[in-house]
Design a protein around this ligand. Structure first.
Ligand SMILES: O=c1ccn([C@@H]2O[C@H](COP(=O)(O)OP(=O)(O)O[C@H]3O[C@H](CO)[C@@H](O)[C@H](O)[C@H]3O)[C@@H](O)[C@H]2O)c(=O)[nH]1
Ligand SMILES: [Mn+2]
Length: 754
């Protein structure tokens, strides 16, 4: 991918200064160590004090991991206007969208994703861009929606280009009315027409029903007759072949792909879908760059591909940029992040931080990859290949890596050695049969797909694992931060959806941690940089934090119930250390939120959600993986429900109070409900003892610190306590309450026995 760049630079790497933050990092580290030292020197050997020491040592370790990840941040500035000289030589991009379930992910949502991609600004977009939609649901409804979207795109894309529309997902764009001046007559007519066409599109999609589509939809949908989601042949449809269109400038090709599934072969969820798309696109358009998007996101900045090119093309050495990840931003996000899943601060602090190490993590969506990197190339083999010191791989080698399709082998050779012809593919439709062959469910058997090639299998967080493999091969990566934000997605709301998502992530991360892909091993045996591996470790240990946090959270209630203490008394030196630590730490976190432009409320909500997540989703993830490792259960990818109401421009949600916590019968709620109840009981018992039983003269009983700890927990778990007494979806179901009560009873017995 050599492009003449002239003398103008395409981007700049700007180190971010943070001297004050570094000092604060060290102060907190010092206080943590002081607390540990105090415990070692002064604490007795009571088990609860030993437990506290272990937990605090763990928290210190986590703090070190955090410090490492945030220590030396950089950001990238891009200058797409400097691409002008090489505009004719820009590489082609294949854009992938994955969808998996027409109910949880309404086709209208995916349609908007696709339309925003078809309308992107890129020179010769009609020839250089192609959009592939993977449908793991194998739903005629999704296919129909895509076909209708292609039809609507003939109106939508020219409209966006003609009027330089800023937001190119129709549901977002039409959710507000622009101000028309008197001179805008033409624009107003256009706008009204396109809007009504969009509304018709939405109605057609929503009114479509599966049986009549399949029966009366003609040959197009006959293929869907009698398919089962987990058992059907490959279905590929070229819904828009731009080479065959006769409309002026045109827009990207659109191809619908539902890969073959068989109940006997694992399909590896999204990673499997991405690999199928990679192969299908390889034999069709074989672009050297691939953009991947979840169906719940849309391109929010029409120039995003140009910005990404500044990073992909702008380094002297390709090794510096294997992929370009964009931050995940959310539209229609609830105010003050009540569910703690907007992750703005994390992206900013950790994202820029790791950019200063080996590069941003791959986050699964909104990411531009180089095809040859996805194909498992190492930086040095790419370099040697270009310099001609090694001949191109033998046919046998290619076959063992990529499988037996000759077309795929040839396309892989072209992608790896950069012989991609400047001429765009002539006839996509003629490639469908080959594409069907490589989308077969047994195609990967005996190949490197899912291991050294493509998206890596073996974790529900396939994104982190795949990104880590790329870094371990010695590549670096970049984070693209631009205004307006490149992509926007929807974050789940409500207790069940949020915690399910957190649980899936944590499960996936823990799976990586205990596998042979452990980042420390990657540092020892591969080219993953040490500090980068610590940064990976910081996220992978999420679920491992759960047992420690749970233990620490139980210490307060335990001491109040058993009339003990685990924190230093006000009279001890240690008390001042603990006090200074909690003040310093909380101020630090608060300042991070303020610096990123968030409110105190958002900061508190995130803190609270961290405690809730840790005692629910992370804990369950921890147990799931332990059970899976022991062979008792299987981890499955639970798809996050997407809120359709947000996608048809209708902002009314079903919930009366959108930020309020909701519940269902899921077991994630059991431990955290129990913990909430325990905190309340403990505080009550503790207070009762202070008032009615004089403990004076009896040293060793709980002090103010234990009360503060417990009180803090009660505040954090307030949403759960409200859930205990509320009804409907705001109330915790009885089955959960009963199981939680059982846990509480066990804990109380335990406290009494000791
Ligand atoms: O069998 C499956 C399951 C999921 N998906 C797709 O995967 C994407 C992500 O699924 P979603 O339920 O939206 O999960 P999120 O938690 O929102 O996704 C985050 O977490 C995933 C890893 O757990 C990453 O893959 C995603 O990119 C990242 O945005 C969606 O487009 C799905 O259609 C499939 O294609 N096939
Ligand atoms: Mn999603």
């Amino acid at each position: 991918m050599e492009v003449a760049r002239g003398n103008k630079k395409l981007h700049e790497r700007v180190p971010v200064r943070r001297t004050a933050w570094k000092l604060a990092d060290l102060v907190i580290l010092f206080l943590l160590l002081a607390l540990l030292l105090h415990r070692v020197l002064h604490d007795g050997g009571e088990p609860w004090r030993r437990a506290a020491l272990a937990c605090e040592a763990w928290f210190t370790f986590i703090w070190l991991l955090n410090m490492n990840a945030k220590w030396s941040p950089v950001r990238f500035e891009t200058f797409p206007e400097n691409l002008a000289e090489s505009i004719g030589e820009l590489p082609a991009v294949d854009m992938f969208v994955t969808t998996a379930d027409p109910v949880l992910e309404p086709p209208v949502v995916t349609v908007n994703t696709v339309l925003s991609l078809l309308a992107l600004d890129y020179p010769a977009a009609g020839e250089k861009l192609a959009c592939y939609v993977s449908d793991d649901g194998c739903s005629p409804l999704t296919c129909y929606a895509m076909r209708e979207a292609a039809g609507f795109a003939t109106v939508w894309v020219p409209f966006c280009r003609r009027h330089s529309i800023a937001v190119r997902a129709p549901f977002r764009y039409f959710s507000s009315t622009p101000e028309f001046g008197p001179a805008d007559r033409k624009f107003m007519d256009d706008w009204t027409f396109v809007k009504s066409e969009y509304e018709k599109l939405v109605h057609r999609i929503e009114d479509a029903d599966e049986p009549s589509l399949v029966r009366h939809g003609g040959v197009e949908f006959a293929e869907f007759l009698d398919v089962q989601r987990g058992n059907h042949p490959t279905i590929i449809k070229v819904l828009w072949d731009n080479n065959r269109s006769r409309t002026g400038e045109g827009f990207p090709h659109l191809i619908y792909v539902s890969r073959e599934k068989s109940p006997n072969l694992h399909h590896h969820y999204k990673a499997g879908a991405m690999n199928a798309l990679t192969r299908v696109s390889a034999v069709m358009t074989n672009a050297p760059v691939m953009l991947n998007m979840d169906c719940d996101m849309f391109a929010n900045n029409p120039r995003v591909v140009l910005h990404a090119m500044c990073l992909l093309l702008g380094f002297d050495d390709e090794t510096s940029c294997a992929f370009v990840q964009t931050p995940q931003k959310f539209y229609g996000a609830l105010k003050d992040d009540p569910f703690g899943n907007q992750m703005d601060v994390g992206f900013m602090k950790v994202g820029r931080g790791v950019s200063g190490l080996q590069g941003m993590f791959y986050c699964g969506t909104g990411c531009f990859h180089r095809r040859k990197v996805i194909y498992g190339m190492r930086p040095h083999s790419v370099r040697e290949g270009r310099e001609g010191t090694t001949g191109s791989s033998s046919n046998k080698e290619l076959q063992s890596k990529f499988g037996c399709s000759n077309n795929l082998k040839q396309s892989a050779r072209d992608a790896i050695y950069g012989n991609l012809s400047a001429e765009p593919i002539v006839d996509i439709s003629s490639c469908v049969n080959v594409a069907r062959e490589v989308a077969a469910c047994n195609y990967e058997i005996g190949t490197c797909w899912g291991q050294e090639v493509g998206w890596v299998y073996g974790s529900l967080s396939e994104d982190m694992l795949t990104g880590q493999r790329i870094h371990a091969a010695g590549w670096r990566s970049t984070l693209l931060e631009i205004e307006p934000p490149p992509f926007m997605g929807c974050a789940p709301n409500g207790g069940p959806a949020c915690l399910t998502q957190f649980k899936r992530w944590a499960t996936g991360l823990f799976e990586i941690l205990i596998s042979r892909n452990n980042p420390i091993l990657m540092t020892i045996f591969r080219s993953l940089q040490f500090r980068q591996s610590l940064a990976y470790l910081m996220t992978y240990v999420w679920p491992v934090r759960a047992p420690f946090e749970l233990c620490y959270a139980l210490l307060g209630p335990y001491c109040l119930l058993a009339n003990q203490s685990f924190l230093p008394k006000t009279s001890e030196d240690g008390f001042r250390i603990a006090l200074a630590l909690s003040i310093a730490y909380n101020t630090y976190v608060f300042m991070e939120y303020i610096e990123c432009g968030h409110s105190a409320r958002a900061c508190w909500n995130n803190h609270r959600m961290q405690r809730i997540t840790s005692a629910s989703a992370w804990l369950l993830a921890f147990l799931t993986v332990v059970l899976k490792t022991l062979g008792f259960s299987e981890a499955v990818f639970e798809i996050t429900r997407k809120d359709k109401s947000k996608s048809d421009g209708d902002s009314n949600t079903d919930e009366a109070e959108p930020g309020r916590f909701t519940f269902d019968e899921s077991s994630v709620f059991i431990p955290v409900t129990a913990l909430a109840m325990i905190s309340v009981i403990a505080i009550t018992v503790g207070a009762w003892r202070v008032v009615f039983v004089t403990t004076e003269g009896l040293s060793g009983g709980p002090g103010i610190s234990e009360f503060i700890c417990c009180g803090w927990l009660v505040l954090c778990f307030m949403p759960l306590l409200r859930g205990l007494v509320a009804s409907g979806s705001y109330g915790i179901p009885w089955s959960v309450k009963l199981k939680a009560c059982l846990l509480v009873a066990i804990f109380l017995l335990f406290c009494k026995r000791n």
